[in-house]
Design a protein around this ligand. Structure first.
Ligand SMILES: [Mg+2]
Length: 326
């Protein structure tokens, strides 16, 4: 196995020549940020969906896989507070894949695209030696200097999360345990929420939860040079995950509460995690989406969880690690 993503990013960042004044942000945030005009910046994000890694054809419908493929890109635009404009899709398909599957994949992808007024404006296709591979690129725009970055969190800022966490991980767990045969989840990228946070200049930092709360929060902490304290009881755990609360079937549970583990470390929720200065009033519902305060930014670089009055370190277990242990 080659080096993990985080190390690869560090290596590439050191090697890449920063010679374009138009690239305001390169590798290492949810999107790259490019200055194209006096009033607006461009956002670019790219996400790879691999059969057997990000989806399984026997677990999810083609519509669901297409929807989730675009969700990954749109969610990155949402995390920066931007407006999506166009998507580009490169698709590698194995021999013997029914055309019906491909048509239904596009139905899922294009239905979501239409809802967000995003045009599929290009792409490429190739024959895959093994499994479906879908690489989505999404281009968006944002008013100059309004992009929500990972690096803006300051000590004393409050930490918020949208929606509820753990549904996707709970579903994956049930599929893996063969307690479910198929399950389609259609997460909605939080575009309107991101735009609201950027326009009102409420958030100091933001990221989308694609790898899991613990991992994505660690990105904000690293980029901002701060630590964080999360209150376990405040985390909005989805009912699907909450059901596992007292089950002990999973010995690798890091907290002893599997439902909490799913919400803390399970990925693919596509909710927004953001920080805001303590003085800013953050409503409990923004553009129809539930917002929950879950903790506070503190000095240092460590992340801690307060649970039943006890403080314990949060180890970012992220998505990769999580799946390996399934
Ligand atoms: Mg992201």
């Amino acid at each position: 196995m080659p080096i993990p993503e985080r190390q690869l990013i560090a290596r590439l960042t050191a090697k890449s020549n920063r010679n374009s004044v138009s690239v305001l942000l390169g590798i290492g945030d949810d999107c790259a940020l490019l200055r194209l005009s006096r009033s607006e910046d461009a956002l670019v994000t790219t996400d790879l969906s691999l059969e057997g890694v990000h989806f399984r054809r026997d677990w999810q419908s083609p519509e669901c896989i297409g929807h989730r493929c675009l969700t990954r890109g749109l969610s990155d635009i949402a995390a920066m507070g931007g407006s999506p404009i166009a998507a580009f899709l490169s698709l590698a398909l194995p021999d013997g894949l029914p055309q019906k599957w491909v048509d239904r994949f596009f139905t899922g992808l294009l239905t979501l695209a239409k809802r967000h007024r995003v045009e599929l404006a290009g792409g490429d296709t190739a024959r895959s030696p093994d499994g479906v591979l879908a690489d989505i690129t999404v281009l968006g725009s944002i008013r100059r200097n309004r992009a929500l970055r990972r690096s803006g969190a300051r000590v004393g800022d409050q930490i918020y999360v949208s929606g509820e966490l753990g549904e996707s991980a709970a579903t994956l767990h049930l599929l893996t345990q063969r307690k479910l045969r198929r399950r389609d989840l259609f997460p909605e990228p939080r575009i309107a929420l991101g735009q609201w946070l950027s326009k009102r200049q409420i958030a100091s930092a933001a990221i989308d939860i694609s790898d899991g709360l613990s991992t994505d929060l660690s990105h904000i902490c690293e980029e901002s040079g701060v630590g964080a304290v999360i209150e376990a009881e405040a985390i909005p755990i989805h009912s699907m995950a909450r059901k596992f609360g007292n089950q002990t079937e999973r010995r690798t549970s890091s907290s002893g509460d599997f439902g909490l583990d799913l919400a803390l470390h399970g990925g693919d929720d596509y909710e927004l995690l953001f920080t805001a200065p303590g003085l800013k009033r953050v409503k409990r519902r923004i553009v129809g989406v539930k917002i929950t305060r879950i903790g506070e930014i503190v000095p240092g670089s460590k992340m801690h969880l307060i649970r039943s009055g006890k403080k314990q370190a949060i180890v970012p277990l992220g998505w990769e690690h999580f799946r390996k242990n399934q």
